[in-house]
Write a protein that binds this ligand. Structure first.
Ligand code: NAP
Ligand code: 3JM
Length: 346
């Protein structure tokens, strides 16, 4: 494919946990990159990253960095996106933003390709990538939503530290080492770096992800509530979430309880999930088979198991949903949106 169109792609946040996965995916998926621009803070300017056998030098992200860029993949926090995404759009780039900066903006589509790729095609320069916990949940729920309708969702998450960035991964590893060495663990990052109180995550479970909102739910929990409604295009779906951080490096797990609008047949539910794009069913209690974060890390799909009927509600259903938070939850969903957009142009 010598004369295939090639694109200038910018990765903003190139040194981060998500940005590094984006760079790997662009290479592994053979995305038609003509030029790769790697952008981060001034702290990283001058460092190099290998891409397709060549060293690419990281530059400081600035408003003028986006001249000639076709796709700008943002993953450097909400403040950076708010400041720089409008400049990328001004330069003619399509922005795919991984932060919460624009997700609830009515002018910005919030997209999971398996669920609502059509919305992406209506973009006005910016496409938002949902929160990692929302993405994997809606992938598993979409086939059930289409077939039966959804009344209500109650979800509890078991989230990996990589969702809080490279520094949270380092913190978990250092604390684990310290505790095993009989030393006092130091906590400076989790649950929320910018807040004053920190707790060790090693050998722990922290029921706080992101800041608290006035209603007693955290912002992460409210992302799941609001983003799910926007992606499904249904403001009536009731969602309640409890988001918990666990000492896992990569892979979010979720206990999802859903009340469907219509009676369902369990075998049909299983068949719908087996046929759903991007979903893999791993569910065999007789063989003790169910999705495990360790097995799902590094994979692009959403894995579903423990599919069972609720004992108290006739239309209630339980599932265990696992995916790699840095891949389908972030970098892969972003690169996948870009792949779908270029398919349209070919
Ligand atoms: P991370 O490992 O802490 O990396 C942060 C990245 O942002 C680094 O590349 C950093 O560059 C860069 N950065 C920081 N300040 C900057 C600035 N002023 N200008 C330009 N670049 C700057 O975090 P991460 O886990 O990769 O996550 C990054 C962001 O992605 C998060 O803040 C969040 O908004 C979003 N995210 C989304 C999801 C999702 O569910 N879709 C999941 C995880 C993260 P330096 O190395 O130079 O500091
Ligand atoms: C995941 O703006 C920031 O400091 C980033 C906070 C953050 C977010 C967010 O709100 O964009 C950290 C980790 C997310 C996310 O995907 O919502």
């Amino acid at each position: 494919m010598e004369n295939q169109t090639r694109y200038t792609v910018a990765v903003v946040g190139a040194t981060g946990a998500v940005g590094q996965q984006m760079i790997s995916l662009l290479e592994e998926r053979n995305f038609p990159v003509g030029k790769l621009k790697l952008l981060a803070s001034a702290r990283s300017a001058g460092k190099t990253v290998r891409f397709k056998g060549e060293d690419v030098t990281i530059e400081e992200a600035k408003p003028e960095s986006f001249a000639g860029v076709d796709f700008a993949l943002f993953s450097a926090g909400g403040a950076v996106s708010k400041e720089l995404a409008p400049h990328a759009v001004r330069h003619g780039a399509v922005v795919i933003d991984n932060t919460s900066a624009f997700r609830m903006d009515p002018e910005v589509p919030l997209v999971v390709p398996e669920v609502n790729m059509d919305a992406a095609r209506q973009h006005k320069g910016i496409i938002a990538n949902p929160n990692c916990s929302t993405i994997q949940m809606v992938c598993a729920l979409k086939p059930l939503y289409d077939r039966y309708g959804i009344e209500r969702i109650i979800v509890s998450t078991y989230q990996a530290v990589s969702g809080a960035g490279a520094s949270a991964i380092n913190e978990l590893l250092a604390q684990t080492r310290d505790i095993l060495d009989g030393k006092e663990p130091q906590a400076n990052i989790l649950p929320v770096a910018k807040l004053p109180v920190h707790y060790p995550i090693a050998f722990n479970a922290i029921p706080q992800i992101d800041v608290f909102t006035e209603n007693g739910f955290t912002f992460e929990e409210m992302k799941m509530v609001n983003e799910t409604k926007k992606i499904l295009g249904d403001p009536e779906v009731k969602v309640a979430a409890t988001c918990v951080r666990l000492p896992i490096v990569q892979g979010h797990s979720e206990s999802v309880y859903v009340e469907l609008k219509q009676d369902y047949d369990l075998q049909e539910v299983r068949a719908l999930l087996e046929q759903a794009p991007g979903v893999v069913v791993v569910d065999s209690p007789a063989e003790q088979r169910y999705p495990l974060a360790r097995d799902c890390a590094g994979k692009l799909d959403v894995f579903v198991g423990r599919i069972r009927r609720d004992l108290t509600h006739p239309r209630g259903l339980h599932m265990w949903v696992v995916s790699d938070n840095l891949l389908k939850g972030a970098a892969w969903n972003t690169v996948q949106i870009a792949e779908e957009l270029i398919k349209d142009r070919q």
